[in-house]
Design a protein around this ligand. Structure first.
Ligand SMILES: CC(C)(COP(=O)(O)OP(=O)(O)OC[C@H]1O[C@@H](n2cnc3c(N)ncnc32)[C@H](O)[C@@H]1OP(=O)(O)O)[C@@H](O)C(=O)NCCC(=O)NCCS
Length: 205
């Protein structure tokens, strides 16, 4: 059994170490990090995945950004420990976090990454959305969490104002179950229909 939980301050150092391990040195010099500087993360969607002994195997984070004045989720970084890559854990985190994002009312997601990987989750190239340079336009990918959410949303990606209450985007409507709970999942290779068995947000994709 593996546990997926929202990241807490106690996880921060481990998550940073995982990212340092998985990405090239200087990762924070990427232009996408300038969109994150000084802007609080979307905490309900930043998740850690631990094995049954508590070892951190994977993590994903999200930030709020703006495109054409509209709120957008910036997905990433996502990383899986090198010893556990290719086992489906990245897919688990992708599907669970996107399910939570939809449940929280987010409409559209943006990332910079490899289309051959992210297309399996429904991402496709955004032709009219521009990341700060230098970014390869082929790697600017988007996903609609509600139909048509990217239609006519174009232009330069800009930082969210740190003062903006992004919880307003993701505020849980009354009567909706919390999206901030932990879930327990089988290892994908032990059960290809990995499913949450605990109460809380489910990976609904
Ligand atoms: C990319 C990453 C998050 C994927 O997680 P994972 O748990 O290893 O991937 P999964 O097990 O869910 O999926 C494996 C599949 O994805 C494919 N895949 C993994 N990375 C890929 C990439 N960069 N491009 C294309 N396909 C990729 C594998 O070939 C495999 O394909 P298959 O299902 O046809 O066999 C992980 O490999 C990782 O942390 N890599 C280093 C950091 C990184 O590049 N992060 C993404 C950029 S933000």
């Amino acid at each position: 059994m593996y546990e997926i939980c929202p990241e807490t301050p106690a996880d921060e150092a481990e998550v940073e170490s995982l990212y340092d391990l998985c990405f090239a040195p200087g990762r924070t010099a990427l232009s996408s990090y300038r969109l994150r500087d000084g802007v609080p993360r979307v905490s309900d969607l930043c998740l850690v995945l631990r094995d049954p002994t508590g070892i951190l195997l994977a993590a994903i984070r999200f930030w709020p950004v703006r495109v054409g004045g509209r709120p957008v989720l910036l997905l990433g970084p996502i990383a899986v420990h090198p010893t556990a890559q290719g086992e489906g854990l990245g897919g688990l985190l992708m599907r669970d976090s996107l399910g939570r994002a939809r449940a929280l009312g987010w409409e559209r997601v943006l990332l910079v990454g490899d289309a051959p990987y992210y297309s399996r989750f429904g991402f496709s190239r955004l032709d009219h959305v521009v990341m700060p340079p230098p970014t390869n336009p082929d790697r600017v990918l988007g996903l609609e969490l509600s139909p048509g959410a990217w239609v006519d949303v174009t232009g330069l990606v800009s930082r969210e104002s740190p003062s903006n209450d992004q919880a307003g985007q993701g505020r849980i409507p009354p009567g909706t179950r919390s999206a901030s709970a932990c879930i327990t999942v089988d290892h994908p290779h032990e059960d290809t229909d990995a499913h949450p068995i605990a109460t809380g947000a489910s990976a609904d994709q």
